[in-house]
Design a protein around this ligand. Structure first.
Ligand SMILES: Nc1nc2c(ncn2[C@@H]2O[C@H](COP(=O)(O)OP(=O)(O)OP(=O)(O)O)[C@@H](O)[C@H]2O)c(=O)[nH]1
Ligand SMILES: [Ca+2]
Length: 854
């Protein structure tokens, strides 16, 4: 898969990738590395003083020159616009050996907590389903260090808040999150620096010259250099060498705020797009581990929970915060509260008494409050004599600790809010006060509300091994049940993913072409004609011209280095014409005809390759179908969730009004990457309140093996087992989606199902004329599906004593996904009916939902 070769993988623990990074970071070697010499501009002493003209001349194609004949290199088919060489060199040198240790330590930590660290796919930002994240990459890139300095660069501290390093900087990678190494943002230094105030590229101008600043390294460029230095800005205003690196946190406030210079240099649309990606691209998001809550660095999913709750903290920046989960009070460590955010979020550690550095001996929910809070309480008429410990709820109701009765409402008095405004203390936002305001604060009405809320949002967890089709099911559900399945921002991200994928597919074709060419040559060359020179002059069906050959070599090299994802979005515009030429080339077409022999090329590749030229144009807009087929659109490393309700059909509208409630039921489909459910999964607690689990298995996996040689069907069973036996899912219903029925049908005719040892005793009696059967005889595909369903059912009930629901699916077909999810809905309804038998006292409300809607 192409996505496996994306840049994140450089920092993984994968052997070859590590070697790659080390190669660039080690001490200078006594001998020449043929590749490094032409690439690394910084090691050429004259680079800093040559004029821009010389720079571009020297940068023209340094990587390819040694490979090609002179005649070819004169042609310069790839534009010299610098991006490529720079990206290659900087990327590989981005992590110093010491830094890398820290990084992998961090990752190990994460791996233990979340079993996720091997995420390789770069994923889209799923804006609507806000839970999508891909943190390991940001965690890693968070430690970019300038390649010019050999020591760690100056460290940027958090918001001027002193970091209490003593107990956290011990580098001890303990499981205890409290002991995690504190990750400090490290500011990347610019690669070059002229005299004070001059442009960092042409070294002209002074401090009065208008300049654009790199968000990462602070390099400043004048208007004639900025576009060359920053390329097509796939992550906003960054030097091309800074692409992929996290921004300097002090510049977070200026994300998406365009300068006048850019507005002059680019057209409106370009500016808009750059500002958008600047704000939303993954690399520029706040890294979770920079945010500490009650003394603990956040995990990415905690940060997401924080940012996506009903009342999120405003303008969250790296730093230390305290959070009172009971009342929702939120503030900077050591300071008075400055906001009331949503309560009960499962983020950070327990609050400490000293959190806000109060010295009043009055406590709220275990925190010693500050003077100004005490003042407010007193003015609000709360009796504070005798060092009381208060228990304050999110609605402002308070009790003295140890006592049962509510003493009053802090926000109840008209004057209190005003008072808070004067004292700069936060007050609850509207949504909280409404939900628990005057009309509804009786215990009784609250529980009814809870009940209704529970009834109207049913969570469905969607899980499966990689490749089982959960992404496809999720995307399909979006397309089916959402009026606008993908927002503009998402489409923009998806477009880049698709384009990068297509370059990857092209690369695989080119690899195949090389192989076929060699094969053809070895067949053709007679023993007498053994010299290399002569050989290279022979043309085969798979030979390509020098121009395309150069492009091909370069593309393959880029892929091998794992840089495809970094370079292509930026370079698409330049390469589009070459791609067209490549795709039309007879050798490529001949290779494409033999695509079934190219093991790596996924089956969806044809869908995109046949339209490669269109897809790779700058104004390509992916259709819903394109998105459905695209790999890597749904985050494979993070949660994605979708709220929906089943649209009412005409038939349902005519039914008894009491049945209308069904269409009011809202569902939330939560897709969890399988890696997220490994041992010690921290997320699993978040799923306590899900209504059911949908588990997807690819039926066509029965003859597939994973990298370590294990049969993939057995792997699916193993994951299934670990989930169904997890205590948290003990009382939950499971629906098994046996997916890729279309592939199964076709495959089972060629490859016996018994290829999987679990399916040894599949021994169907099939009539000979089954292929054109209409006489009620099941097809081999149907029999195989049925057999697998029974195997899973037996397995499930042997472990849980419960009944497993099973559905077959071809998730590229919307009707099929619709049917499976409707079955899930039926299962949920049914399990709720069971539960409702003991809740019948509430049944009267279920027919009158409107009476509680306001
Ligand atoms: N023929 C066929 N292909 C399918 C079906 N469902 C999914 N696919 C393809 O199988 C591949 C893997 O599906 P995904 O939806 O990406 O699987 P996943 O569970 O998300 O796996 P990862 O994202 O890799 O973790 C994709 O190329 C899909 O297009 C199906 O029912 N039939
Ligand atoms: Ca996938």
């Amino acid at each position: 898969m192409p996505s496996k070769k994306k840049p994140d993988s450089i920092h993984q623990e994968d052997d070859e990738d590590c070697l790659f990074a080390v190669e660039y970071d080690g001490p200078p070697l006594p001998y020449d590395i043929p590749r490094a010499v032409p690439i690394n501009m910084d090691r050429i002493p004259v680079a800093a003083v040559v004029s821009p003209v010389c720079i571009s001349a020297s940068m023209s194609f340094p990587v390819i020159q040694p490979i090609l004949s002179k005649q070819v290199s004169r042609e310069k088919m790839v534009s010299p616009t610098s991006v490529i060489e720079h990206v290659v060199s900087s990327d590989s040198a981005a992590v110093s050996p010491t830094e890398e240790e820290e990084v992998s330590g961090e990752l190990e930590e994460t791996a233990r907590g979340l079993a996720f660290c091997d995420s390789l796919e770069k994923e889209s930002l799923d804006n609507e389903s806000v839970l999508s994240m891909d943190y390991p990459s940001s965690r890693v890139t968070g430690d970019c260090v300038s390649e010019t300095g050999n020591k760690k660069q100056q460290v940027v501290t958090f918001l001027g808040i002193a970091s209490d390093d003593d107990d956290q900087e011990d580098g001890n990678n303990d499981c205890n999150p409290q002991k995690r190494t504190r990750v400090l943002p490290v500011k990347k230094q610019p690669q070059t620096k002229g005299k004070k105030g001059s442009c960092y590229r042409c070294f002209k101008g002074n401090r009065f010259t208008e300049k654009e600043v790199c968000l990462v390294c602070d390099a400043k460029y004048c208007s004639s250099c900025v576009l060359r230095a920053m390329g097509s800005m796939p992550e906003g205003r960054k030097c091309v060498t800074c692409i992929g690196c996290p921004i300097d946190e002090s510049k977070r406030g200026s994300l998406g705020k365009c300068s006048r210079m850019l507005k002059r240099l680019l057209n409106d649309l370009e500016v808009k797009q750059i500002m958008k990606t600047e704000r939303f691209c993954e690399a520029n998001q706040l890294p979770a581990e920079y945010v500490y809550v009650n003394g603990q660095p956040l995990y990415p999913e905690e940060l997401v929970a924080l940012q996506t709750c009903a009342n999120p903290p405003k303008k969250l920046k790296p730093g230390d915060y305290w959070y009172d989960k009971v009342s929702g009070l939120w503030g900077k460590e050591g300071e008075k509260p400055y906001q009331i955010i949503s309560p009960h979020l499962n983020v950070g550690g327990p609050i400490s008494a000293e959190a806000s550095n109060g010295n009043t001996q009055v406590f709220i929910n275990g925190r010693e409050i500050t003077k100004v809070e005490l003042r407010m309480l007193q003015l609000a008429g709360v009796q504070c004599a005798g060092n009381p410990h208060f228990w304050v709820n999110e609605d402002g109701s308070y009790q003295e600790e140890g006592q049962k009765n509510t003493k009053g409402y802090i926000w109840g008095k008209a004057g209190t809010k005003l008072l808070c405004a004067v004292l700069s203390l936060p007050v609850p936002s509207k949504s909280i006060s409404n939900a628990s305001g005057d009309q509804l604060h009786s215990a009784n009405s609250r529980s009814i509300l809870d009940h209704l809320e529970h009834r109207t949002l049913q969570k469905i967890l969607l899980v499966g091994n990689s490749g089982s089709g959960t992404s496809t099911i999720f995307k399909q559900a979006k397309i089916l049940y959402k009026d606008i399945p993908f927002l503009e921002d998402e489409r923009e991200n998806i477009k880049v993913i698709i384009q990068t994928n297509v370059y990857g597919y092209l690369g695989m074709l080119l690899e195949g072409r090389e192989r076929f060419e060699e094969e053809a040559l070895s067949v053709m060359s007679s023993p007498a004609n053994e010299e290399g020179d002569a050989k290279s002059n022979i043309k085969t069906l798979y030979s390509i011209g020098p121009r395309l050959k150069a492009f091909s070599d370069w593309l393959l090299k880029t892929m091998a280095a794992g840089n495809l994802g970094v370079i292509f979005p930026a370079a698409s515009r330049e390469y589009a014409p070459l791609v067209e030429e490549l795709w039309r080339d007879a050798a490529i077409q001949a290779t494409y005809k033999r695509r079934s022999e190219l093991g790596l090329l996924p089956s969806v590749a044809s869908y995109f390759l046949e339209r490669a030229v269109d897809v790779l144009t700058p104004d390509y807009e992916p259709s819903d179908l394109d998105i459905l087929y695209a790999e890597g659109v749904t985050s494979s490393s993070g949660l994605a969730c979708l709220d929906f309700s089943f649209p009412q059909t005409a038939a349902e509208e005519n039914l008894d009004p009491s049945d209308h409630l069904d269409s009011l039921l809202r569902y939330q489909l939560i897709r969890v990457p399988s890696r997220g459910l490994g041992e010690n999964c921290k997320w699993i607690d978040m799923f306590e309140d899900v209504g059911m689990v949908v588990f997807a298995v690819s039926m066509s996996d029965y003859d597939q093996v994973s990298e370590d040689g294990t049969n993939k069907m057995l792997l699916a069973r193993k994951l299934f087992e670990s989930i169904i036996t997890h205590p948290i899912f003990e009382h939950m219903d499971f629906l098994l989606i046996l997916n890729k029925y279309d592939l199964l049908e076709e495959k089972v005719e060629r490859v016996p199902l018994t290829r999987c040892e679990w399916f040894q005793d599949f021994n169907p009696v099939v009539s000979r004329h089954r292929s054109n059967n209409n006489n009620g005889n099941p097809t081999l595909g149907q029999l195989a599906f049925h057999y697998m369903a029974v195997q899973f059912k037996r397995f499930y009930s042997s472990l849980t004593g419960k009944k497993l629901f099973v559905s077959s699916s071809k998730s590229l077909d919307p009707n099929s996904v619709d049917a499976s999810l409707k079955l899930a809905m039926e299962v949920l309804k049914w399990s709720e009916e069971r539960a409702n038998i003991c809740m019948s006292e509430y049944s009267m409300y279920s027919t009158e939902p409107s009476s509680f809607s306001n």
